[in-house]
Design a protein around this ligand. Structure first.
Ligand SMILES: NC(=O)c1ccc[n+]([C@@H]2O[C@H](COP(=O)([O-])OP(=O)(O)OC[C@H]3O[C@@H](n4cnc5c(N)ncnc54)[C@H](OP(=O)(O)O)[C@@H]3O)[C@@H](O)[C@H]2O)c1
Length: 292
């Protein structure tokens, strides 16, 4: 039995991580709250905030073979693969120690781009996000329920801190993470991230400009045949995709002025494919590839 430890079991991601890991055969799941001493395990999954992950990594030295971290702390660090198993699992090797799971907003974007780049070369991406409250963890869900909160029945055009450039930290993450996951260091991404009064599932309105003219039938076929994406002619909403594993894409349309541009809407359960499911798929890959 391969021992997989969930650290931060009482958080939103930790609870969903348990459900996702229970579907993997031949593993023994160990659960850790803040009060539990860390014991030996093959793979540790950190479902903790940045500051806690920073403290946990040295504490796990000699106790865990691989560490899969859900926080953003190490995503840009050299030598730390930032992995979506449908896109770049091969960046994990037997010498890898720490693996980062990406930001929940970038995931649907890069999966769509990965599907399209089999035929098209993406050049410029614009998106505006509609991010659910659950993306901010238990604390934000509790805060937003209070009528005095800015989040209550509102949408808030700031996620994370505002940087000197005027971008928010969340916007910068999406740019850097998209480039790293896709291994496209010069990809141009114009992000705009907004928190909305939706309990769960993040959505994005996306515009993509490619080097080639788009053929909508070809785009539909590329999206429909990509593992983990469901393309529909009907509309999908965050409420109906909550609890589902896939990235949902709808409202695909050609641009009115430029044949090299398409637009679509995407929505996805940010706790599942945006966090816990992606982390569990990384665990599954490590096991199936025989790395533990
Ligand atoms: N929510 C999302 O959509 C999403 C998506 C992608 C990535 N992430 C990332 O995933 C991580 C977890 O997010 P979340 O939304 O689940 O946050 P959360 O609801 O705040 O849960 C974090 C949990 O970690 C626990 N914890 C902290 N230090 C610990 C330690 N040393 N040992 C054991 N448990 C410890 C906390 O315990 P206490 O309750 O005792 O503090 C809390 O239960 C964050 O880094 C977040 O940025 C979240």
């Amino acid at each position: 039995m391969i021992k997989v430890g969930i650290i931060g079991i009482n958080g939103i991601v930790g609870q969903t991580m348990r459900k996702c890991l229970l579907k993997i055969k031949n593993i023994e799941i160990k659960e850790f709250t803040r009060a539990d001493p860390l014991t030996d395990m093959d793979i540790a999954v950190l479902c903790t905030d940045n500051a806690d992950s920073v403290k946990l990594i040295p504490a796990l030295e000699g106790k865990a073979g691989f560490i899969v971290d859900m926080s953003s702390e190490f995503r840009q660090k050299d030598g730390v693969p930032l992995v979506i198993p449908e896109i770049n699992p091969q960046t994990i090797t037997k010498d890898t120690k720490l693996i980062a799971s990406p930001n929940c907003t970038v995931t649907p974007l890069v999966m769509a781009l990965d599907a399209l780049r089999k035929v098209y070369t993406p050049k410029e991406i614009f998106f505006c996000s509609y991010q659910a409250l659950s993306g901010g963890g238990k604390k934000l869900l509790e805060e937003a329920a209070k009528p005095a909160s800015i989040y209550y029945k509102n949408c808030v055009p700031q996620i994370g801190s505002i940087l000197d450039t005027g971008y928010s930290s969340e916007e910068l993450k999406t740019v850097l993470e998209a480039r790293k996951i896709l291994n496209m260091p010069n990809l141009t991404v114009y992000p705009h991230t907004v928190r909305v009064f939706v309990d769960n599932s993040h959505s994005l309105g996306v515009t993509i400009k490619a080097e080639q003219e788009f053929d909508l039938q070809k785009v539909k076929q590329l999206l429909s045949s990509y593992a983990g994406i469901i393309y529909g002619e009907n509309i999908f909403t965050p409420k109906e995709v909550s609890g589902k594993d896939e990235v949902f894409i709808c409202r695909l349309r050609a641009d009115m002025y430029d044949k090299k541009i398409i637009h679509f809407f995407t929505t996805m359960d940010n706790i599942l494919k945006g966090a816990a499911l992606n982390g569990a798929q990384i665990v599954e890959y490590i096991i199936k590839a025989g790395l533990v």
